[in-house]
Design a protein around this ligand. Structure first.
Ligand code: NAD
Ligand code: DAU
Length: 354
């Protein structure tokens, strides 16, 4: 790969994207990092305050579905690498509004693929299109100790996972049909700073702090495999640079938690850090109607990534959760801004709406 690169990171104002942008901007001063984001409700440039002045960083407000604009961006910034994270990402929203998910996740990905193909015109040496996907495309596992591997058959159940599965197929089809140098990764549930508080961990930390009910779907028996977001960003770095073209890598922490057990850890940690007796907030647990089509268990086997590229998580879960809870408790203003929507009007004034 060339030393100087112009890398387009889509969705860089979101949760995972902001950690990827931060890592690339600080670790690779010789690269130009173009963060392209539509700034939906989930995109927040306050996530990148510490790197926004860096010389090798540029922000572009745009919608990935705007194909003409994608062509312009590829041309204007001479993009030679893409790390594609922009997506609608919340399962509950996909149940209420599946069209938005098909539009952004499927048509938006297609628009980027076509822009890459047309801009690179078959001169693929040194180019790379890296698509970030999820373990949810594999469907759901039983409590039988099995794992999702890179060869597990796709079996998505929610409109969100169906849209991600569809985008994965388009990415692979662009390799098989046009030779586009793609790589795909499927990662487990991420947690850490800057996650929008509609997702389990930040939502519950905030609610525990404010003595609000904790809405546990069903019996709280569903299992998720949790990975600290900075470790995901580290994996993306390794795979962007060393992953094999047309290959797929699973990313996960071998760290399965039943929701209710994880929630009790959160309660104890928040209580302790706020000086309350540990477990005092357990009365906030409120069992509510289950999520429609709620996948029972996800568990990722990331052995291939470890064996072939040497990546493994750097943080133990206990350490990651402690850091995460502290971060949300210390950054109440960030949480207040995203829950009130104030961050959107602020950046709307700066960047307008295109
Ligand atoms: P997020 O919702 O926090 O961020 C998504 C970002 O994409 C936001 O900044 C949003 O403004 C932007 N965006 C949305 N629609 C856009 C459009 N049409 N054009 C341009 N930008 C747009 O999501 P996240 O949790 O950071 O997830 C990022 C990616 O990682 C997604 O592709 C998701 O499927 C995948 N993923 C997430 C997890 C997880 O646990 N969060 C796990 C595995 C994979
Ligand atoms: O597995 C990777 C996926 O993880 C990503 O692809 C998605 O973008 C990301 O949102 C996440 O999906 P989940 O549906 O697993 O995450 P969520 O935080 O919404 O829910 C985690 C679990 O907690 C899930 O079993 C549903 C449950 N839950 C969630 C919420 C928001 C509750 O019980 N109550 C809640 O209020």
């Amino acid at each position: 790969m060339p030393n100087k690169r112009n890398i387009l990171i889509t969705g860089g104002a979101g949760f995972i994207g902001s950690h990827v942008v931060r890592l690339f901007v600080t670790k690779y001063p010789e690269y130009r990092i173009v963060n392209l984001d539509k700034l939906t409700y989930a995109g927040n440039l306050a996530n990148l305050k510490d790197v926004e002045q860096a010389e090798n960083y540029t922000f572009v407000k745009a919608d990935i579905c705007d194909f003409e604009r994608m062509l312009e961006v590829f041309r204007d910034y001479r993009i030679d690498g893409v790390i594609h994270l922009a997506a609608e990402s919340h399962v509950d929203r996909s149940i209420k509004d599946p069209f938005t998910f098909a539009r952004t996740n499927v048509m938006g990905t297609l628009s980027l693929l076509q822009a890459a193909k047309m801009s690179w015109e078959g001169a693929y040496e040194g180019k790379r299109f890296y698509h970030i996907s999820t373990d949810e495309v594999y469907g759901a596992l039983d409590f039988d100790g099995t794992f999702f591997t890179e060869t597990t058959k796709y079996d998505p159940h929610s409109p969100y996972s169906a849209s991600k599965a569809s985008s994965d197929h388009f990415v692979r089809a662009f390799h098989d049909t046009f030779g586009l140098p793609v790589v795909v990764t499927n990662c487990s549930n991420n947690y850490g700073p800057y996650q929008f508080p509609e997702k389990l961990i930040p939502l519950f930390i905030n609610n525990i702090r404010h003595n609000k009910p904790l809405p546990v779907y069903g019996k709280g028996e569903n299992v998720r495999d949790w990975l600290y977001v900075v470790d995901h960003a580290r994996a993306i770095d390794v795979i962007f640079h060393q992953g094999k073209v047309a290959d797929t890598y699973n990313i996960g922490g071998f760290n399965e938690w039943k929701n209710i057990d994880l929630i009790k850890v959160l309660i104890r940690t928040v209580d302790r850090l706020l000086g309350r007796p540990e477990g005092a907030s357990e009365h906030l647990i409120t069992y509510v109607t289950d999520r429609a089509g709620h996948d029972l268990r996800y568990a990722i086997d990331s052995t291939k990534l470890k064996k072939e590229l040497g990546w493994e998580p750097s943080l133990q879960f206990e350490e990651g959760i402690e850091k995460t809870v502290k971060w949300y408790l210390d950054n109440q203003t960030w949480l207040d801004n995203v829950t009130s929507g104030d961050y959107q009007s602020y950046y709307e004034k700066m960047y307008g709406s295109r």
